[in-house]
Design a protein. Structure first.
Length: 328
């Protein structure tokens, strides 16, 4: 067989293997989505079902005034609520982001590991629970794997992501990073935004409606959170090898750093602190699932700490599943 024929055969084989993996991962993901997204397990299930039911008999103008949520997300689910059941909408809102992320992650250097890692860390808390954040996460994940050409793309993606969940605005930080290659400027900007946010909530009565973002005492920020400290340890570890990181790995580090900073700066607004810190862990995908220029103790530690984060998160959520089904 000629060299050209061998190359062609390898391409076909790779295509078949990749397609089979995508199908297999999608089936597993859908099953996990069904389990973790079930009523009684998903913490946000009842709230979303109530929202979809209200949208089904309301006009868009009425819904826009009454519901405090992002307009892009509201428009899409309002349209769907006119023809689909609330339970179906909840499932689809998790399904499509999940399939998109499986397809994206399987293409990176260690795609199989990346998809499995996503199932452990993100699927139980995103696609099965925080479905608005799951949609915004699609834009964030795509932004992490863009090159440094045409930085204006980050502004477009950030604006689009914010239509589905406010956390999507963190993509704007990549625009600044691509222009300056600085982590410090984004940290300073984030700190200024946190000061402005707290001032608006406490001093301007017109913004009182935003106080719901500070609700939820069960989500209170605690600095004994083991995931937070593992995240901090990964940041410290990366400082030793920062110069040797690729552009994509540096962006992953940048996102993880901003997530930890948000957890600190927005400690008085726990919903924002938790949501953005959780989404910032998407930075682990370019950081540990793309090839390092060389294997060091720091890179090995990053793998270990990331695995601990994933196992801890999955064991906690899976414990809820076992507790729920043990009732029956």
């Amino acid at each position: 067989m000629s060299q050209k024929g061998i190359v062609s055969s390898q391409k076909v084989e790779n295509f078949v293997l990749n397609s089979l993996f995508f199908i297999f991962a999608s089936v597993v993901g859908i099953y996990l989505l069904y389990v973790f997204g079930s009523e009684g397990i998903s913490n946000d299930f009842a709230g979303y079902i109530g929202l979809f039911e209200r949208l089904s008999y309301s006009s868009f103008n009425e819904s826009f005034v009454r519901e405090i949520t992002e307009p892009g997300y509201l428009l899409i689910v309002w349209i769907l609520s006119k023809s689909l059941s609330p339970e179906t909408i909840f499932f689809l809102a998790g399904l499509f982001p999940l399939l998109y992320k499986i397809n994206l992650l399987r293409r990176i250097d260690y795609g199989v590991g990346a998809v499995l890692f996503y199932f452990l860390l993100f699927l139980p808390i995103q696609e099965s629970n925080q479905i608005r954040g799951a949609l915004a996460g699609c834009f964030i994940l795509l932004s992490l794997f863009l090159d440094n050409h045409h930085p204006s793309r980050y502004l477009i993606l950030g604006a689009a992501a914010a239509l589905f969940h406010y956390s999507g605005i963190i993509i704007f930080a990549f625009f600044l990073f691509s222009k300056t290659n600085s982590n410090l400027l984004a940290l300073i900007g984030l700190f200024v935004v946190s000061l402005a946010w707290n001032t608006l909530l406490t001093s301007v009565s017109a913004f009182n409606f935003l106080l719901h973002q500070a609700s939820g005492t069960e989500l209170g920020v605690t600095f004994t959170n083991p995931i937070f400290w593992l995240q901090i340890s990964i940041i410290i570890s990366c400082l030793f090898i920062y110069r040797d990181l690729t552009y994509y790995q540096k962006k992953g580090f940048h996102l993880i750093l901003l997530g930890a900073a948000t957890y600190i700066f927005f400690a008085d607004t726990p919903v924002i602190a938790h949501r953005i810190r959780e989404l910032s862990l998407l930075g682990l995908f370019p950081l540990i699932f793309t090839r390092y220029t060389s294997i060091t103790l720091s890179s090995l530690y990053n793998y270990l700490a990331s695995l601990l984060i994933a196992v801890y998160t999955f064991s906690f959520t899976f414990g809820e599943v076992l507790g729920y089904f043990s009732i029956f």
